[in-house]
Design a protein around this ligand. Structure first.
Ligand code: SAH
Length: 470
């Protein structure tokens, strides 16, 4: 056994990084150092230490601060030798914010790290070793990519109104004028709203006392159209000083819609359950490929438009539908992937749990003149089995794009019993993707291809598109 105690000072080489961007150092016992029977072929087993603020390749001096049976946590004391991949973070508050946990690593190394993580999980958890891994798709310019910003609003110690982000794992608002991953217009809107609040003496909402008005500033923008939507989330059912707000915002180029959303709950959920229009259009438009989408304040829409287009094209290539094929697009949101596939398929069915998103999906089909799609509101794991049992609907191809928790096991069982010739799995969480690939492979499916898309540069998030066939 490796003999490590709390407060030991050790020299560690960072070999990998964890889900939350901590460096991983391995400590090898001499007796184990030639043991190649570890988790992966050719890799030695070792004791794992998680060390914040380090990157792959750093050699560092670490103090052991917490020990569990099979792993521990270390505090970085000193970097003995900096990794070749270490760079200076562009954002001065990257460490405090905790959104961009990888900003101190060069972009190429970020991409390698993400792709390796997916590969490792698919092997270790998914049991998949023989498939084609297409090269990860990164961004040429991995900055200012987000089309949606949600800024919390608060007060500093002197009582000035501030807005920016929550300090990692807290609800303390930290002021920042610029966020390098947001579109520039979002910061412009934020500044104008703060100005309006000061001039009209409008107080930010304070969670502790449950007093004050403005909770969050939501900004969305259309990448191709340049249209801008603002939604102010407030702790009231009525909205004061509307005219002054409109006046403050309409000079911003692209301003198209202004909303407010009442949220009177003591909750972490940002938006309320409705959005009330103050000025402008009911929605903004954007395009993915040649399809136009209506985006309303409350519906889900992918945050990185450049990479979304590449992801959907890859999903379409993987599905490669014929003109007669019946496709089910499960977890379809506002029908983005469904409409993308419909142009090449016989019939597409979309299933989504949020009824408003289904309304948007139907409207999106209508404005694009797409008639071979039908949408159902409900749980994928309920609608698909029901339609299969009662109406005997078939599926040649099934596409799933679930939230982070992955697919319900009963849904995977249903897919296995329907036996579509292809399953295209789009995932924002490689851990649940790997778990579900394992279940599908036990049901006879084989993972033949995977490709990662960097939808969230500088963060630890990664999107993967997999093709499984029977
Ligand atoms: N494919 C869409 C949305 C993906 S996000 C796009 O690319 O834009 C995942 C979606 O799954 C969300 O819209 C969420 O509301 C929905 N969802 C979550 N659980 C669900 C379930 N059990 N059944 C159907 N949809 C669900």
């Amino acid at each position: 056994m490796i003999n490590i105690k709390k407060n030991d000072i050790l020299t560690v080489v960072i070999e990998d990084m964890s889900d939350d961007g901590s460096g991983i150092g391995k400590l090898y016992d001499e007796a184990l150092s030639s043991d190649t029977s570890g988790d992966e072929p050719g890799r030695r087993r070792g004791f794992t230490l998680f060390i914040k603020d380090t990157v792959i390749g750093d050699v560092c001096e670490v103090k052991v601060i917490k020990l569990k049976k099979h792993y521990g946590y270390g505090r970085l004391m000193r970097i003995i030798k900096e990794s070749d991949h270490r760079i200076k973070a562009r954002c001065p508050v990257a460490r405090q914010c905790g959104g961009c946990r990888l900003q101190h690593m060069d972009y190429k190394a970020q991409l390698n790290f993400k792709e390796n993580r997916v590969r490792q999980l698919l092997a270790r958890v998914g049991g998949a070793h023989e498939y084609r891994m297409l090269p990860i798709v990164g961004m040429e310019e991995p900055w200012n990519y987000r089309n949606k910003a949600q800024y919390p609003v608060g007060c500093d110690r002197e009582g000035n109104i501030i807005s920016g982000f929550y300090a990692g794992r807290t609800h303390d608002v930290i002021q920042t004028d610029v966020c390098y991953i947001q579109r520039k217009v979002s910061d412009e809107v934020k500044a104008a709203v703060i100005n309006w609040m000061s001039e009209c003496s409008i107080a930010p909402y304070d969670e502790k006392s449950d007093k004050g008005l403005v909770r969050h500033i939501l900004v969305r923008s259309g990448y191709h159209t340049g249209e801008v939507m603002v939604c102010i989330v407030i702790n009231s059912r009525t909205f004061p000083n509307k005219d002054e707000l409109v006046e403050a915002l309409i000079t911003i180029p692209g301003m198209t819609s202004i909303f407010y959303s009442p949220n009177l709950e003591k909750t972490n959920v940002i938006l309320g359950d409705k959005a009330v229009r103050i000025w402008g259009k009911k929605f903004i438009n954007d395009k993915i490929g040649d399809i136009t989408y209506n985006i309303s304040p409350l519906s889900f829409y992918q945050v990185n438009p450049v990479q979304t287009e590449r992801l959907y094209e890859a999903a379409l290539r993987a599905a490669d539908p014929g003109p007669e094929d019946v496709i089910w697009d499960l977890y379809c949101g506002i029908g983005t992937i469904s409409l993308f596939l419909a142009k090449c398929a016989g019939q597409v069915y979309g299933v989504e749990i949020v009824p408003q998103a289904i309304k948007d999906a139907e409207e999106n089909a209508r404005i694009n003149g797409i008639e071979n799609v039908k949408f159902y509101a409900g749980k994928a794991e309920e609608i698909l089995p029901e339609k299969h049992r009662k109406e005997n609907v078939s599926a040649d191809i099934i596409v799933v794009d679930p939230p982070r928790k992955g697919c319900d096991e009963s849904l995977l069982d249903c897919i296995i019993s329907i036996r579509p010739k292809k399953v295209v799995y789009v995932s924002c969480n490689p851990a649940t993707l790997a778990r579900d690939v394992k279940i599908l492979s036990e049901g006879g499916y084989k993972l033949v291809q995977a490709q990662c898309f960097d939808m969230f540069p500088h963060t630890t998030g990664i999107e993967t598109c997999c093709l499984l066939i029977i």
